[in-house]
Design a protein around this ligand. Structure first.
Ligand SMILES: Cc1ncc(C[n+]2csc(CCOP(=O)(O)OP(=O)(O)O)c2C)c(N)n1
Ligand SMILES: [Mg+2]
Length: 435
């Protein structure tokens, strides 16, 4: 693999070149080697960096000399277009209404479920406030055949892809309609069958190499059957998860194998109580993509149009030329506590949270855009909120009334049950019948 690059770049005077190890084309290729900026030195012969020019200047690569990556945005915080000369948005009013309704639904469901947990009706819950646009906007740019893996704060992705309130409530109440059979803690939704979104796994970052594997499978499938709808894997994870080794392994393999995958990092400023300032000293997550040779972009995640446009373009690029990974760093702020088990007032101030709640809120920002364009008003807002609130409350009560999964199902999907020959089952009283 490196042979060709090596032959292209190796100067003839190297001992192994003289020994004839580089083949007959060496002389011609060396003459065409790219010269450095000062036109004095050729590129190095090293296979590990074949495009690196030689230099006599000792130049450490200083992070401070590289300006921070900019953040792509479309709207200002009041919902006006930031650049009046840009091309019009490629979205319909119906789409934007649907997105706004979904963002409201996530928001309202979250506050009701958070309270329900405090009243003992759920064992656990996680809220997405501040990240509604990240999830709804990115999911809106994906297609049903795209394969999703996620972390746990992607309720809006499930919703945008067609999960219903009944689907959410069945999982939260662990009733018999939950495809995960009531086995997982709340918010660990199983959406593989319905919305092509794998079950939530909160063992941080495990979903990232899984997604790379899914993307590689999609690539091979597309090579075998070019008539399949072009599809990518889309992997959601947090800034904290990006500190795990799995993140780095998954990016590198995806880059080397040219897998059609979107790495969607939700950078919300915190990993539970650890702020990003204690998580990294570099310029966030997007620059890490460059290190692996992956096109990357940083986006204002409180601006749904920016998220939608960047994800759509990233998806197009990911499918180009047989596939390649693209990394998106979607910037936001986790307005909520980490989960119902957390009290964020122990490590940040109410004033800081309030700034984000009112100043850079993705829901009010989109509402502003709708109002500025004569597509929404306070009356409609009140009606929508009351209607959604009613549906969520009704959904929870109905889900709670439904029976829990059948007890015998505890052993469904257990490998020992499926492959009794592989296990020493007969050493147990009554063998397989004892299950
Ligand atoms: C492998 C692993 N280590 C630690 C944890 C505990 N843990 C759960 S959530 C979390 C923080 C993750 O932060 P981030 O990825 O930024 O996601 P966010 O909660 O901000 O959405 C940690 C450390 C875990 N679930 N899995
Ligand atoms: Mg985070």
């Amino acid at each position: 693999m490196f042979g060709r690059a090596w032959r292209k770049c190796a100067p003839r005077s190297l001992p192994f070149a003289r020994a004839g190890l580089l083949g007959s084309g060496t002389r011609r290729l060396f003459r065409t080697t790219t010269l450095t900026a000062n036109a004095k030195y050729p590129a190095t012969p090293f296979p590990g960096a074949p495009k690196s020019p030689l230099t006599t200047k000792m130049d450490f690569f200083e992070p401070s000399s590289v300006p921070p990556r900019p953040t792509y945005h479309v709207m200002d915080s009041s919902g006006n277009m930031a650049d009046l000369s840009r091309k019009p948005l490629d979205v319909t009013n119906e789409q934007v209404h649907e997105w706004y309704e979904n963002m409201l639904t996530v928001n309202i469901m979250d506050s009701i479920m958070f309270e329900a947990q405090k009243h003992g009706r759920l064992s656990f819950y996680m809220v997405s406030a501040g990240e509604e646009a990240v999830m709804v906007g990115s999911a809106a740019a994906l297609t049903p055949t795209d394969v999703i893996t996620c972390q746990y704060r992607e309720t809006g992705v499930f919703l945008q892809r067609g999960f219903t309130l009944a689907d959410f409530m069945s999982q939260l109440a662990a009733n018999h309609e939950d495809p995960g059979k009531g086995r997982n803690m709340p918010v660990h939704y199983s959406g593989k069958k319905k919305v092509n979104e794998h079950a939530v796994a909160s063992t941080l970052a495990t979903q990232i190499p899984h997604a790379t594997g899914a993307a590689y499978a999609l690539k091979l499938d597309a090579q075998e059957d070019p008539c399949q709808p072009p599809s990518v894997a889309a992997c959601y994870f947090g800034d904290g998860a990006a500190s795990e080794g799995d993140f780095h392994a998954a990016l590198n393999v995806a880059a080397v194998r040219k897998c059609p995958i979107l790495f969607l990092c939700r950078n919300n400023g915190f990993a539970i109580s650890t702020p990003v300032s204690e998580q990294y000293v570099g310029d966030g997550i997007a620059v890490r993509g460059l290190g692996y040779g992956i096109p990357s972009i940083r986006v204002d995640g409180t601006d749904i149009f920016a998220v939608y446009e960047a994800t759509r373009e990233a998806r197009r690029r990911a499918l180009e030329g047989g596939g390649q990974p693209v990394l998106l760093e979607l910037m936001s702020y986790r307005i909520s506590h980490h989960s119902t088990s957390d009290d964020s007032m122990a490590y940040r101030s109410q004033a800081e949270v309030q700034t984000w709640k009112t100043g850079h809120n993705p829901v009010t920002r989109l509402k502003g855009w709708l109002e500025n364009n004569g597509l929404w008003n306070e009356e409609k807002d009140k009606e929508a909120k009351a209607r959604i609130r009613k549906s969520v409350l009704r959904g929870l009560v109905e889900a709670e009334k439904k029976p829990k999964p059948r007890l015998s199902g505890v052993f469904d999907d257990v490998l020992m049950n499926k492959y009794p020959e592989e296990y020493d089952i007969n050493s147990h009283l009554d063998g397989i019948k004892g299950l």
